[in-house]
Ligand binder design. Structure first.
Ligand SMILES: *Cc1c(COP(=O)(O)O)cnc(C)c1O
Length: 458
């Protein structure tokens, strides 16, 4: 083996074709059947600016899904760039056990403050799945430390998604990610989704009625088994990866009440729906109460660096506070509390405050809803829906083969129209960064209509 530059075939990438060809040889891409790239494009990205990604030839793509739901204020945002550059010249990283630093403290204080200090203790990791693992372990360990050793089970929601490590998969209910690993995964209680699209099928009139019916199912389970159950884990307001299934906030209030009544924790996975995505900073705020744990990741660093965290209450923190090491929460990751990621997050939260983003988003959301109105009345579309800065609709396709390939065909066609969109099955959704101008909204709406027309003609 030689590490000399001579071992590199050609260190500089001359163009997209070169980069793509070499990527397919050496990079195993995530969430991809690699063989599909024989017919599906792989896009080389060389630059990002605002809502746009550019390839080496200068072709551009409007990033209408915030690069997997992480980017909030545009690519190469000047404010976040500056903050990360300042941090990198001071301290790039230091371990967080036995040490601390300004960025992680500032971030924890600001986040705690956003919950009125109800969730005043913040534990860090790097990716969303790890945050979910942490919340599950913390809940289980809390009950163990409190002498309730029978509590070993979790309740999750049908169609819920919480990440793809083995523990997170155990509370995930999306079969394409889970079924191959069934033998490795601990069983969990899976209960009805409060997805309001089901109202007709259930013979219920309102979104709220679906929420109450779904909450009833959890109550039945808790009545029978609460002695064995650690926590309920859910995605507040929108089950994202499961297909942008939305529900009424009354569901969250009900589950909060039930969890209190039966002595079970409530874990809010706000990895996708947090950071203003649903209209409030935390989605759970729309239920006027707090969960016991909140998981954040994705948007928290503005889409810059891997960062995730779990926020929890003082009484939970207290159950670990002891002279005995075995009662402590010994979980750790090498990059826990990475200063660069924390500095990006601190700046992201400063942008929220100083530029009054939540208020601005109310207007932007209204503008985008208006621009997407044609889909609402389109006969090839069902369940046009919106929550804050998320929009989705379901394409009606009878042919199972066309239905199966819809997402890939749509993605490829959208790229031809300078648009980055990746439907989930037959659900087309938009999760744009919070910075689209009128022209970009128009681009999004008009190009999506053109793409949809072309793909539905097939
Ligand atoms: C993306 C996501 C996760 C997993 O986060 P990763 O960083 O991809 O591990 C967990 N829960 C929800 C709700 C998500 O959307």
């Amino acid at each position: 083996m030689s590490l000399s530059p001579a071992s590199l075939s050609s260190p500089a990438f001359s163009n997209s074709a070169d980069l793509v060809q070499r990527s397919l040889k050496s990079v195993w891409h995530p969430c991809t059947q690699m063989q599909h790239h024989e017919s599906m494009p792989l896009i080389a990205v060389s630059r990002g600016e605002g809502a746009w990604l550019y390839d080496p030839e200068g072709r551009r793509y409007l990033d209408a899904i915030s690069s997997w739901w992480v980017n909030l204020f545009g690519h190469t945002n000047p404010r976040i760039n500056k903050a990360v550059k300042a941090q990198i010249d001071n301290l790039e990283h230091a371990m967080l056990a036995g040490f601390t630093h300004a960025s992680v403290v500032e971030l924890s204080e600001v986040l705690s403050d956003l919950t009125g200090n109800v969730l005043g203790h913040v534990f860090y990791a790097s990716d969303g799945a790890s945050a979910v693992e942490i919340a599950l372990k913390m809940s289980f360990h809390f009950w163990k430390n409190s002498g309730q050793t029978n509590k070993q089970e979790f309740i999750c929601i049908k169609g819920g998604y919480h990440g793809e490590t083995i523990g997170a998969l155990s509370v995930t209910d999306v079969s394409i990610f889970k079924s191959a690993y069934a033998e490795l995964i601990k069983n969990t209680h899976v209960v009805m989704s409060p997805d309001y699209r089901k109202s007709a099928e259930l013979g219920l009139d309102t979104q709220e009625a679906v929420a109450l019916r779904a909450a009833q199912e959890i109550e039945t389970l808790l009545k029978a088994r609460s002695q064995n159950i650690c926590a309920v884990i859910l995605e507040p307001l929108v089950q994202c990866a499961g297909g942008m299934a939305m529900h009424h906030p009354e569901y969250l209030r009900r589950i909060r009440t039930l969890c209190d009544r039966y002595g079970v924790h409530l874990i809010a996975d706000e990895i996708a729906v947090g950071c203003g995505r649903t209209g409030t900073f935390f989605a759970f705020e729309q239920a006027n109460c707090w969960p016991d744990f909140v998981c954040l990741s994705k948007g928290i660093s503005g889409g810059y660096l891997p960062l995730s965290l779990v926020m929890t209450r003082d009484d939970i923190y207290r159950a670990f506070y002891d002279s005995s090491v075995s009662k402590a929460f010994l979980h750790s990751h090498s990059y826990t509390g990475n200063p660069l990621a924390c500095s990006a997050a601190v700046e992201t939260l400063a942008i929220f405050r100083e530029e009054q983003i939540l208020k601005a988003n109310t207007a932007l959301s209204h503008t985008i809803t208006k621009a997407l109105a044609p889909f609402k009345s389109d006969l090839r579309v069902r369940h046009f829906r919106n929550q804050g800065m998320i929009w989705a609709f379901d394409a009606v396709i009878e042919d199972p083969v066309l239905r199966d390939s819809f997402s890939r065909r749509f993605f490829a066609k959208a790229l031809e129209h300078e648009l980055l969109l990746r439907p989930i099955g037959t659900t087309v959704y938009f999760m744009p960064p919070y910075i689209l101008n009128d022209q970009e909204v128009q681009h999004l709406s008009e190009r999506t209509q053109a793409v949809f027309d072309e793909v539905m003609k097939a």
